[in-house]
Design a protein around this ligand. Structure first.
Ligand code: FES
Ligand code: MG
Length: 568
């Protein structure tokens, strides 16, 4: 036991004889809570991203009751705070625009209310990093409850995966192979339970990363959303949150440099989403941990991909869970990880498990791929770095030089892509889709292949952008080019016909244009007008950092004085 009741942060609100404390107690009676029910107990904020518009989180309203059950059981006082939901499906132009807003909301709720510890409830792509970033800045004890993946999709006895299968059947429908009746049936079968996408997209990648960081109970991240084990995990998370307060273990004591190294290693072994690069860098910076693109590249060179899960592999999250889940995969990697560090449940190395199906979680000598699905590229076209998931690309394109075909913004791309003069050697460039230019860095990165070439059977080309890519996408797509075109990065200076060299083994992305010519073009370059002139969009554009820095707001990422109000 580290803390005494009078050391609790909430004691500043409820303790003492002053008028303010009296008022806080009287208003708690108004809430229907008796003195004996809460005084001297840790207040656990249950930060819930439930919303009627977010199908991935539709069970979290009910699940918050079970978190509360666990908090009461352990002698705490649960208080639910509804916080902003970020629905990957419905929120436009991209929920990435709002990740920092949710992070800010989490931090400010903890700062301004009598909260001793938190349970964070989320899982749909950006909600996970947002909740954790806010908690890291607030630096309170925290347990993350992942929403959990939805069940496997089903259509006439066939298994369906989120994303990938939708595109496949859409092509069949356009080709006339699939009728309207079948298409309507698919609509009912693709997503058939609450929970997050059941492939290894951004949601499953990030909840796994947070579990490895040590912020979820061991094994929590792959528990299917509707499994009874998910109810029990929610209650157990509530209990642990109370204990962490008494133990005085805050989130930054858990999310250490070693924890982030382990999270990166495991994300690579999962064949996880490229979005994890941006989110983990942003989270690490909130924790005061130096984590850079070079750490990803270094670890990717000798981390095998072990999870045979879609989009890169064959199975789905439910299979992964029954095969042993993250604890089993982590056990395979044990000698590359740091077993002695602390998690919300105790020692990290004590939470490892066993593989029950070596097809789904492969042994080290029979991996899905021998090196992690990620390389960091640099050169005069990406001075601050770019990222490629090269296991998902046609191997012959990994060393390629070709003439650029340049598009400025998504509208330009969509209008002209099918009419431009392209060859299979062309390098398609999209500029102006980065953090400030997008704004919000939308997932445009799997740039379309011109129709003429598709008809000739071309299925992959070198494509370069300052955008991101969905966790379920694939191809020789160079992403996250930094600095972005909108701020005058070299991507803004590329012209049609310029030769571009991609050399993944050498980790190079080069524009074959002389320095003198680039300087001349730069002098002529006119900065584009900001998309937003007012509102949150304007705040975002003014303060968002580049992809290699995690796309956080600079005023949230930096250290500095940030006093907590004195309640009394
Ligand atoms: Fe929510 Fe995929 S849409 S996790
Ligand atoms: Mg996604």
């Amino acid at each position: 036991m580290g803390l005494r009741p009078e050391d609790l942060r909430s004691h500043r609100w409820f303790g003492g004889e002053g008028l303010r404390a009296f008022s806080h107690r009287a208003r708690t009676r108004q809430l229907g809570i008796g003195a004996e029910e809460h005084l001297g107990k840790p207040v656990i904020g249950v930060l819930n991203t439930w919303s009627g518009i977010n199908p991935c989180h539709m069970h979290l309203r009910e699940r918050a009751q079970e978190v509360a059950r666990g908090v009461w059981q352990a002698g705490g006082y649960p208080v639910e705070f509804p916080v902003s939901t970020l629905s990957e499906t419905f929120q436009k132009p991209t929920p990435m625009l709002y990740r920092n807003m949710l992070a800010m909301e989490v931090e400010e709720i903890v700062r301004s209310y009598p909260v001793d510890g938190v349970v964070l409830m989320g899982g749909c792509d950006k909600t996970t990093p947002a909740l954790v970033m806010g908690a890291l800045s607030a630096d309170v004890p925290a347990v993350f409850v992942p929403a959990g993946p939805m069940l496997r999709g089903n259509w006439r006895g066939r298994t369906l995966g989120s994303g990938t299968d939708m595109w496949r059947y859409w092509d069949d429908k356009r080709a006339g192979v699939l009728g309207d009746h079948e298409w309507a049936e698919l609509e009912n079968g693709l997503a058939r339970s609450p929970g997050t996408c059941m492939t290894m997209g951004t949601a499953s990648t990030m909840t796994a990363a947070v579990e490895v960081l040590g912020l979820s109970l061991p094994g929590a991240s792959s528990v299917p959303a509707v499994d009874s084990a998910h109810h029990r995990m929610a209650a157990a998370s509530g209990r642990r949150a109370v204990e962490l307060v008494w133990e005085d273990t805050s989130v930054r004591q858990i999310a250490t440099a070693e924890a982030f190294q382990d999270a990166v290693t495991v994300v690579l072994a999962l064949g996880g989403s490229t979005n994890a690069v941006i989110h983990l860098i942003a989270m690490a910076r909130r924790a005061g941990v130096p984590l850079s693109l070079d750490d990803f590249d270094r670890l990717a060179r000798d981390t095998p991909v072990l999870a045979d899960v879609q989009p890169g592999g064959r199975f789905l999250m439910e299979d992964f869970h029954h095969a042993g889940g993250l604890r089993a995969l982590t056990a395979r990697l044990a000698d590359r990880l740091h077993p002695d560090r602390t998690t919300v449940a105790g020692r990290f190395g004590d939470g490892l498990g066993e593989v029950h199906d070596p097809e789904v979680i492969r042994p080290l000598d029979r991996p899905v791929a021998t090196e992690g699905g990620l390389a960091v590229l640099r050169g005069n076209l990406a001075p601050a770095g770019a990222v490629i998931k090269h296991v998902a690309a046609a191997p012959e394109l990994l060393r390629h030089t070709g003439p650029a075909l340049v598009f400025h913004g998504y509208q330009d791309l969509m209008h002209r892509i099918d009419t431009v003069d392209a060859t299979p050697d062309s390098v398609i460039v999209l500029a102006g889709a980065g953090p400030k230019g997008g704004p919000g860095m939308p997932e445009y990165g799997m740039l379309p292949i011109p129709k003429k070439l598709l008809e000739q059977g071309v299925r992959d080309m070198v494509r370069i952008s300052d955008a991101r890519m969905s966790g379920t996408s694939y191809g020789a797509c160079v992403l996250h080019v930094a600095p972005e075109a909108h701020v005058g990065g070299p991507l803004a200076l590329v012209r049609d016909g310029d030769l571009i060299t991609l050399d993944v083994p050498a980790r190079v992305l080069r524009l074959e244009v002389s320095d003198g010519e680039l300087a001349r073009r730069r002098a002529e370059w006119v900065p584009p007008a900001p998309v937003f002139e007012r509102g949150y969009g304007a705040l975002y554009q003014e303060h968002v950092t580049q992809a290699d820095q995690g796309c956080d707001f600079e005023f949230l990422a930096r250290d500095g004085r940030n006093p907590v109000a004195d309640p009394g």
